[in-house]
Write a protein of this length. Structure first.
Length: 387
């Protein structure tokens, strides 16, 4: 099997997808603009060959790279980067080279929030009222139904970037004067906590691994208010969240892929309301959280599915695992060294976070785990306490 790993060096923990594939005898073919000498040794050892392009945004260069791989190794079986940013590029390459996976005829409904909403509705999952608005008149017509506040977000966008909470007519006018020149989805504001349904399916769409997470606050609020965030895995998944997640999984026909489905649990009535679909691994260090919460190797199990369509791990969620982020310009009561000392063995991993993710996740991330939710919240309070 020939697997083209697009941008295999980023984010840093994703090199494990390549090493695990190689361990099962898959030809892992790296393709990126990073100098080869800058790749970590484990990744170099996993790659059968590495093709460096001058510009990852030049489709012609990517075409030539895949043509080279095809000439050297024969039919290309898979291509992936596991990153939202490259989803459309991957779909186009799969289409042009007849590679299994998401192609151009199905990419729109997992990129456009408006089409996601349509699919949620067909699946019988509750959604916030909203639609794409292109003029102030269209927006005001919607707001007559929903009232203020409303949330405006790019129909195609990632991670809360360029997302606005609009409270009144003056802010609405400001939004239309200054918004980027892209389609915007406008929705009623849902007051609630964000929870997710995450997992991995096999080639036939069978659910092989799943878990759920809850956030301390929304990504939009974290980015717009420049505040701290933490989120944690649930040991017991609420039945209504799992039901909504399974309906969504079936509606989007997810095969041989990770998924990350986002929902609100509405404060007023505790109902699950759909937010967004991502047909990729959840961002940041969440795949590592899968492992620490369950004592498994999800990278290996994904590779096993790709190579053999098998999932070999058993899991029972013995721990809550939490990501707790810090921002370098904020002043905290406890130093980094004090945090390491205080948390001891409950701290299972920590590392700097790439600037691409720092607005949402912070500049430094800590992973902690415990069987007890109360302890997880104590850890978050310790790490986030201000000076």
């Amino acid at each position: 099997m020939n697997f083209v790993f697009l941008s295999p060096h980023f984010p840093p923990n994703y090199y494990l997808f390549g090493t695990r594939l190689a361990s099962f005898g898959v030809n892992v073919l790296g393709l990126a603009d990073e100098p080869y000498e800058m790749l970590r040794p484990e990744l170099k050892n996993a790659l059968r060959e590495y093709y460096r392009v001058g510009d990852m945004h030049s489709y012609d260069q990517l075409l030539r790279a895949l043509g080279f791989f095809t000439h050297r190794y024969g039919k290309l079986d898979r291509i992936d980067s596991f990153n939202e940013y490259w989803l459309e590029t991957e779909a186009q390459l799969r289409t042009d080279f007849n590679i299994t996976g998401i192609r151009t005829d199905s990419i729109a409904r997992i990129k456009r929030k408006s089409l996601m909403k349509d699919t949620y509705v067909k699946a019988g999952v509750m959604v916030a009222r909203g639609k794409v608005v292109r003029t102030p008149a269209e927006a005001r017509k919607l707001i007559k139904q929903t009232g203020y506040p409303v949330v405006a977000k790019p129909d195609i966008g990632v991670g809360g970037a360029n997302t606005y909470k609009i409270h009144n007519d003056a802010e609405l006018d400001d939004f239309f004067r200054t918004k980027p020149a892209v389609d915007y989805m406008m929705e009623e504001f849902v007051d609630g906590v964000i929870c997710t349904f995450d997992g991995l399916t096999d080639r036939d769409g069978n659910l092989q691994f799943f878990t759920a997470h809850q956030y301390s606050q929304g990504i939009m609020e974290t980015v717009n208010n420049d505040s701290d965030i933490y989120y944690y895995s649930l040991r017991d998944i609420p039945a209504d969240l799992e039901e909504a997640g399974r309906k969504t999984l079936k509606a989007f026909d997810v095969r041989e892929r990770f998924f990350h489905f986002e929902f609100f649990r509405r404060a007023s009535d505790k109902q699950i309301v759909a937010l967004e679909v991502n047909i990729r691994p959840p961002g940041g260090l969440t795949t590592d959280m899968f492992n620490y919460a369950n004592d498994i190797d999800i990278y290996q199990e994904w590779a096993r599915i790709v190579a053999f369509n098998q999932f070999g791990a058993e899991y029972s969620r013995p721990y809550h695992c939490a990501y707790i982020g810090r921002k370098k310009h904020r002043s905290y009561r406890h130093s980094h060294d004090e945090v390491l000392w205080e948390l001891g063995s409950k701290l299972v991993h920590h590392e700097p976070i790439s600037g691409v993710f720092s607005a949402a996740l912070g500049d430094y991330g800590y992973l902690v785990r415990s069987p007890e939710m109360a302890e997880i919240k104590q850890f978050a309070e310790l790490i986030h306490q201000q000076a």
